[in-house]
Write a protein that binds this ligand. Structure first.
Ligand code: MF3
Ligand code: CO
Length: 279
């Protein structure tokens, strides 16, 4: 069942996603050579709790940590570990969820630890561009397939592999609700987008082939060919005025700003996770 949310519910999701965005900014700043992914998890967990929210991922289907940290060829669901030390040249996917008053927010960014090859920088930038394109495709009266078609067309221009086994999702009083939101088309198919539908849109692009494998820990998703992968995610609400990305103060009682935030709207005022962290 797809539920459409009212203003009071969306305001709770705005608060949850706001916390996610603020804490993601802290985690992004902590992604430096020599840091462990376990340290990133501690920052995420403490940051969420300090703001009065609960980590959404901890314990979800047995997931053992509060954030997913996916390095290089890891696509999503990387489990933080004290043994995993970040180094210059890594790209680091950070995926975080929070719960406020029973309502969820979910977002992800990919950080860059310079120096990295231009081709990898372009992969990260293009995946963020695809997230924006997916958000802009959220129109009341349109179809969920329009979102995937918009995301996929951005990947096609660069020849990237679009991950098919993992998709975006409805979100609200659960982390994962109907409908599924694939990162591929065709447009004009799947469910009708209605006012108050809240969707987590999350493109995952591979520099190489689309094929992915799940690791022996039961969670970590990797590009099968070992090439780098990038991931960005927003929690979005469909309004009569257009899509509004939650977590940026763009949805308020009497005022909503349609469209996807630009890089400058991120709490860290950096470039959407493409900030450079040099040793
Ligand atoms: N953003 C991811 C998703 O929507 C995070 C889920 S990780 C899990 O699937 F640990 F919660 F499973
Ligand atoms: Co998600």
């Amino acid at each position: 069942m797809i539920t459409c949310k009212g203003k009071a519910e969306i305001l709770k999701m705005e608060r949850a996603t706001r916390i996610v965005q603020e804490v993601l900014a802290e985690c992004l700043a902590a992604c430096r050579p020599g840091a462990t992914t376990e340290e990133i998890d501690r920052i995420a967990d403490a940051g969420i709790r300090a703001r009065g929210a609960k980590p959404a991922f901890l314990g979800y289907r047995g997931y053992p940590k509060s954030i997913c940290v996916s390095v290089n060829e890891e696509v999503v669901h990387g489990i933080p570990s004290p043994k995993r030390v970040l180094k210059a040249g890594d790209i680091v996917g950070l995926d975080l969820g929070a719960v406020v008053d029973g309502y969820y927010g979910d977002a992800a960014r990919t950080a860059i630890l310079e120096p990295i090859p231009d081709a990898v920088r372009e992969l990260v930038g293009t995946t963020h561009e695809a997230l924006r394109a997916g958000v802009e495709a959220v129109r009341v009266g349109g179809k969920v397939g329009d979102i995937g078609a918009a995301v996929e067309s951005v990947a096609k221009r660069k020849g990237y592999g679009v991950v098919r086994e993992f998709v975006g999702h409805g979100i609200g009083t659960s982390l994962h609700e109907e409908p599924q939101v694939p990162n591929y088309g065709p447009a004009g198919r799947r469910e009708m987008i209605r006012e108050g539908m809240t969707l987590a849109i999350e493109p995952m692009f591979n520099l190489g082939a689309a094929k992915v494998l799940v690791g022996s820990d039961g969670w970590t998703v990797r590009a099968a060919d070992g090439k780098p992968s990038a991931h960005f995610e927003h929690t979005v609400v469909a309004t009569a005025g257009g899509p509004v990305v939650l977590g940026f103060g763009r949805y308020a009682e009497d005022r909503s700003i349609p469209g996807a935030p630009t890089a400058a709207d991120y709490p860290d005022a950096a470039d959407a996770g493409q900030r450079t962290n040099v040793a």
